[in-house]
Design a protein around this ligand. Structure first.
Ligand code: GTP
Ligand code: MG
Length: 573
């Protein structure tokens, strides 16, 4: 895993520690380039030139070496950086460009590399192997724009009067290896948000490590570990747009070990694409595994609209019978779990070959199908209604340094509105922070509203007071913290007084079911039994959960209870 990718998974505080440690490295190790470095630079330069093709003429060897050094010889990132900053600096409509890295931290890294270019002190040859660009990050602060003044905008008025393109986020879920990342890679390729030559390069690289069938998945799976193992580990985001809508993809991991990351993705989504592997045995296995768990979690987290992509139909000869069999079983299952069938659509596809994603199928074997393509189904999915009038709340999914602000947090605005110059409260620390800038779909804007995925640059807060999973909220109506939650839950497993983890977005809190107040009637909510010793699976109950520390959770929020890697209940505070 490259250093910057590793950084993405750390807390902000850890990141700072890391840079501090590396400051020391710079002093200690001097400026010798080891034989290993030289070899990596030389090989990397050839690979980058290879990947750039014709464009290689537009950059000097020195520029390539500089970027390679900065990205710790990561060829993909180097190519991405060179393309973005030197070969084709982004025009204003940046959104149309394919996204080569999934990590906004890289943008900051790229920026600091650019700054470093101006400094003789930090030429590549002076940087010992493995050191982070600490001086460059410091240089970044000089470049920060002064804090913004509040323009006191009536955001709701601006939003409602504007001709805004619709924006919608969807999470892609399903059992491990169902083909979620491949499907998204193919969709982005078909829509030309990813270039063919990039996929060709992934193909060559994937072939080399015996993972040739994962080349399209690599569009989403950017971490080295994900590529080596052939599994998605954490949510990867990417964007594309059609004439009507700007979509944000949240590609979730299917592996059972990473369900908490899937929960984080599902809690940012307007709707979901549930991918099912139609192969003999694979569908049945999934239905006992994460197809089932993910569907339950979607329902529990309030996602109502689900497009069921019946995938890998190429492997069962595009069988209409198999498609019908799967659709029937999944329909029964979804109905049993409280989904309204008008919100569930079934689409036969092959993510690998791209059949029925963007264009109507041309394959005669699929002539029995006359319904919509996947893209049409995505466009027909209405985003959730936006809770504009409620106080501002946003759960922090990522913290990083961006081009515009040293401390940038990203996530989806759950409710309310936000504008530059505004003061916010971060919970559970209770500290204030000011909004320096707001980025929506890669454009800087004065304001943003509920439902949008945004990056917010903050200032005036010490990094130790802000972490992934925290909630930022309006200063006038801040979210409060709590260590005792009374909730109405649906039990997936037996519940009794026992330790549990409470999950909401990226927030995880350890606690204990302290008390079971009552078992309730599923439809009327009336008390069926007071103070039972145990809640049976399938029952609804009112329970009290005591947490080890105070966390920002409030009434009306949906949470998931897990224990020992299993989802045991979900419900409403
Ligand atoms: P996780 O994120 O780890 O849960 O996996 P995933 O659902 O993202 O699956 P991924 O896209 O990594 O694909 C898994 C394997 O299935 C790869 O070898 C793909 O080539 C293969 N695959 C995906 N879609 C199709 C398809 O439509 N047809 C065929 N034949 N194979 C497919
Ligand atoms: Mg995947």
């Amino acid at each position: 895993m490259s250093r910057h990718q590793a950084v993405r998974n750390l807390d902000y505080e850890d990141v700072l520690d890391e840079y501090d440690a590396n400051d020391a490295d710079i002093d200690d190790e001097g400026d010798q380039l080891t034989a290993e470095d030289r070899e990596a630079l030389s090989k990397g330069t050839t690979d980058v030139q290879d990947a750039l093709g014709e464009d290689a003429r537009k950059v000097s060897t020195e520029q390539i070496e500089e970027a390679l050094w900065h990205y710790y010889y990561d060829v993909d990132k180097t190519v991405g950086y060179l393309r973005k900053t030197i070969i084709a600096p982004p025009p204003k409509t940046e959104l149309k460009k394919p996204k080569e890295t999934s990590n906004r931290f890289d943008a900051a890294a790229a920026k600091s590399a650019a700054i470093a270019k101006m400094s003789t002190k930090t030429s590549p040859k002076q940087r010992p192997n493995g050191t982070a660009p600490a001086e460059k990050i410091n240089a970044l602060s000089l470049d920060e724009p002064p804090p913004a003044k509040s323009k006191k905008i009536d955001v709701i008025h601006e939003f409602t009067k504007g001709q805004n393109k619709r924006s919608a986020s969807f999470v892609v879920v399903g059992h491990v290896d169902a083909g979620k990342s491949t499907l998204m890679g193919r969709l982005l390729l078909e829509l030309k948000f990813v270039e063919q030559h990039l996929v060709d390069r992934y193909q060559r690289q994937a072939d080399k490590i015996g993972k040739g069938s994962f080349a399209l998945a690599w569009v989403m799976d950017q971490r080295d570990e994900e590529r080596e193992r052939g599994v998605t580990i954490d949510i990867a985001t990417n964007q594309f747009e059609t004439d009507k809508t700007r979509f944000t993809i949240l590609d979730a991991p299917g592996h059972r070990d990473f369900v908490p990351n899937m929960i984080a993705g599902a809690s940012q989504a307007d709707f979901a694409v549930l991918v099912i592997d139609a192969n003999t045995g694979a569908f049945e296995k999934g239905l006992k595994g994460q197809t089932r768990e993910h569907a339950l979690l979607l329902r529990s987290l309030g996602v109502q609209r689900v497009i069921v992509a019946v995938n890998k139909l190429d492997m069962v000869g595009w069988s209409q019978d198999r498609f019908n069999e799967i659709s029937e079983q999944v329909t029964g299952f979804m109905k049993g779990n409280g989904f309204q069938l008008k919100n569930v659509t079934f689409i036969p596809i092959s993510g690998l070959s791209g059949e029925n994603l963007v264009r109507k199928p041309e394959n005669p074997a699929l002539s029995w199908y006359t319904g919509t393509t996947l893209l049409q189904a995505l466009e027909e999915s209405e985003p959730l209604t936006r809770a504009l009038q409620r106080p501002f709340r946003m759960s922090i999914s990522e913290i990083f340094r961006s081009q515009h602000s040293q401390m940038t947090v990203s996530g989806r605005i759950e409710s309310g509105t936000v504008q530059t110059g505004e003061t916010l409260v971060v919970q559970p620390s209770g500290e204030s922070a000011h909004v320096r800038c707001i980025e929506v779909d890669a454009d800087l804007q004065d304001w943003a509203v509920a439902g949008q995925n945004v990056s917010i640059g903050l200032y005036g807060i010490d990094p130790i007071h802000i972490r992934v999973g925290d909630i930022i909220s309006s200063k006038t109506e801040p979210i409060h913290t709590n260590d005792e939650l009374v909730m109405k839950v649906f039990a997936f497993d037996h519940l009794m007084p026992m330790p549990v983890d409470v999950h909401r977005g990226r927030l995880h809190a350890a606690g204990r079911i302290q008390e079971i107040r009552a078992v309730l009637n599923k439809t009327t909510g009336a008390v069926e039994k007071k103070k039972p010793r145990l809640v049976q699976p399938g029952k609804v109950a009112r329970v009290v959960v005591k947490l080890e520390s105070k966390v920002p959770l409030e009434a009306g929020q949906r949470v998931v209870l897990r224990m020992g890697g299993e989802t045991i209940a979900a419900g409403l505070i």
